[in-house]
Design a binder for this molecule. Structure first.
Ligand code: SF4
Length: 337
């Protein structure tokens, strides 16, 4: 039985008619809706997680071994999001359900403290925002991150955060405090500063300009902040003037580095993105077919050309570039966040 076949009350508070499928998450799970414009049409499944630290499979080729994901699903609703497929493991779909049905691990901080205190835990760096955005809009309501950051700080555990969420600034004082004691890495993703493109492909996110203002604030606060110029969307955000405007804005934000990443289209993301293209730019469907074939990556020659162009622009505008080492990180890709 699909969750979307269940009836959920459209009012604030716990639903009296809870979906039976919540039993999958334990008897104490519950579904909640909030009758505010920000969360209209969204359902939050509050669950009690048994564990929080995830070991990254060794085949993943990413620069971190451990991650924390306090949420599953993301109201930022980027059409290209890599993490979409992970929703299918929950018998939810990778499209609209991913955007509107968000799993919230309400006991995240307590579970993390317990795990960090285990004698077997070796204090390895932990990455956040690598699957879905930990500073998505739900975080404004649930405020899980302050408890998580505090637990990591108290354990002396280094961590990094990748986000599109300007909500991170709410925790700036805490992050500064943590950075006195442990290594804290911060990255922000901005694929393009084209406002029209942003509204169409990242409808639930803060604007690229707001994200870059956040980079400036964090930089002024003493952090080195890398910007993932991700994803660069072929034939939508890759025109020379679009690339230059974006690199110029990233450089002006004070970013410590810029990493260009061309759109990856893995299963789950690919179908949703193609549906969007079919609605918005059907003329590009055959172009994307040529560029991606049946694979997840654009042709190597195209990626090489974009990387070279961005590297040249970065030199022109005075910001360092880094090679993409996050090939398999959903949120890190076109992030996943
Ligand atoms: S790309 Fe990142 S911010 Fe966008 S929906 Fe996915 S997890 Fe959220």
């Amino acid at each position: 039985m699909r969750w979307d076949s269940q009836r959920l009350a459209g009012r604030s508070g716990t639903d009296a008619d809870q979906p039976a499928e919540l039993a999958l998450f334990g008897l104490d799970a519950c579904a909640r809706t909030f009758d505010t414009p920000e969360f209209r049409g969204m359902t939050f499944y509050e669950i009690h997680a048994r564990s929080l630290l995830n070991k990254v499979p060794s085949a993943a080729r990413v620069p971190f071994d451990w991650t924390i994901n306090p949420y599953r699903g993301c109201g930022h609703a980027c059409v290209y999001c890599f993490a979409r497929r992970t929703h299918e493991y929950l018998d939810l779909d990778a499209g609209r359900d991913f955007d509107t049905k968000v799993i919230v691990k309400v006991n995240a901080a307590a579970v993390l403290r317990r795990e960090l205190a285990r004698p077997s835990w070796r204090g390895e760096p932990v990455a956040m925002g690598t699957n879905v955005d930990c500073y998505q809009r739900a975080e404004g309501r649930y405020a899980l991150m302050p408890g998580i950051i505090t637990a990591l700080r108290d354990a002396g555990n280094p961590f990094s955060i990748l986000t599109k969420g300007t909500l991170l600034l709410r925790d700036l004082d805490l992050l500064r405090e943590a950075a006195q004691q442990v290594e804290v890495g911060l990255s922000v993703s901005v694929g393009s500063v084209d406002a029209d493109l942003w509204r169409r492909v990242e409808p639930g996110t803060p604007s690229p300009q707001a994200r870059l203002r956040m980079v400036r604030t964090l930089t002024d606060a003493g952090f080195r902040v890398g910007v993932l110029m991700a994803p660069i969307l072929p034939h939508l955000g890759d025109a020379p003037d679009q690339l230059e405007e974006t690199v110029r804005a990233i450089a002006a934000s004070g970013a410590s580095s810029l990493t260009p990443i061309v759109l990856h289209l893995r299963p789950g993301a690919r179908e949703w993105y193609h549906q969007w293209l079919a609605r918005e730019r059907p003329d590009l469907l055959p172009v994307y077919r040529d560029l991606y074939g049946s694979g997840s990556y654009a042709q190597a020659a195209y990626r090489k050309r974009i990387s070279a162009t961005v590297a040249m622009l970065a030199r022109r505008h005075g910001v360092g570039t880094e090679r993409d080492s996050r090939q398999n990180a959903p949120h890190g890709d076109p992030p996943s966040s």
